[in-house]
Design a protein around this ligand. Sequence first.
Ligand SMILES: C[S@@+](CC[C@H](N)C(=O)[O-])C[C@H]1O[C@@H](n2cnc3c(N)ncnc32)[C@H](O)[C@@H]1O
Length: 421
Amino acid sequence: MITVNNVHAFDFDSVPIDPFWNTGTQREQKMHKIHAYPAKFPAFITTKALEFWKENNANPPRRIADIFCGCGTTAFEAKRNSIDFWGCDINPVATLIAKTKSRKYQSGRLQSYYEKILREYDENKCLDCFDSAPERLRYWYVKEQYNELAHLRDVIFSVTPDNSNYRLFFLCAFSNILKPTSRWLTKSIKPQVDPHKSSPRVIDAFKDQFKMMYSANEEIKDLTSSESNIVTGSFLKNSWEIPPVDMIITSPPYVTSYEYADLHQLSSLWLGYVIDYRELRKGTIGSCYHEYNFNKELKRLNSTGLKIVSLLLDQHKSKSRSVAKYFLDMQAVAGKTFSILNSKGVALFVIGNTEYKTVRIDNAKHLTESLLNVGFSSVSITKRKISNKILTPYRDKRGKFTTNGEGRKIYSEEFIIIGKK
Ligand SMILES: C[S@@+](CC[C@H](N)C(=O)[O-])C[C@H]1O[C@@H](n2cnc3c(N)ncnc32)[C@H](O)[C@@H]1O
């Protein structure tokens, strides 16, 4: 770890890779794999962060938080280590998964709800409701699959108790079979149809999904309980009562990140989180969904942000607006992070740089300056390798990782930035 006192006198490129942060030493728990989530970080990041804490503190943290909790990687690791947790994410699909991973389930009850679901699914008639389906869902499904999914969803609602952990568990299972049973191009991180796809039958996909989740729960059923509070909404816009936090372990969205909301449109529509999935873009970090006064707001950028936005302004005006909004949001994130931490609290961010055309978007430098500006007494940084991006460091127009240098460059390394209060 290298301590940064002055971002402008510091060469971020010269930071060596620290192998400590590259890989984990244990197999990931099955619970981490119960639902796909595109920007998930590896679970060992949390393990390493907790080791880092231990080196510097006599007692374990009483509560950790993840302010962009995604599918609950930090949340689940907190539970595994019997540490209380607070987390939020603006995407309701993310918090559905994160909550599911954080709750406790009795094996016998899981099994009996499952059998009841299968019974009711078989005994009741699957109705044809395709013609009255929302247009967007008609686009993604063939009629038979749509009808079977609608039937399964209704059965889950009728069998599981309102607001119970078990309903959450089965809705999460339902959510993860929505893509494989649709016409969505397999593994594509951009929404696009595969006209030749042969999808599994809904009930078969559900059975496999249940088996996988059941066995994930078996692996951890003896854990002692800790408190977990996960809420849906923007970290910046909401004034939740956040209990005192010793450590934040998080990875913010990337500045030029793909739209998470679009990727989860099937779950959002099926589970009724929104009527138009584009609504979910509102309020995400860096989203320009609401008009904002670019020229006026520019003055609030810190010096790193201003330098990058000025470079973009000459060549790519519309991109400069969205990058500026991202930086302003991240400055606000730094401030709010500081305010929710205990007096000796620590915030750990995993963040990568990116590039737009020839302009480098130096997120790590911008965040370091933001943390120093809001009062963190020290900020130290190190670098890690991202194993799956070493050979394919670019994204093509469809968002797929590629070796083709024409695409948008994603660096094969990212920074670990630690602010101490
Ligand atoms: C890089 S991902 C985090 C992934 C997480 N570490 C995991 O392992 O699943 C960033 C997350 O930030 C969320 N996000 C974006 N804007 C947000 C906001 N304003 N408030 C809270 N969460 C936000 C996105 O929905 C996304 O889940």
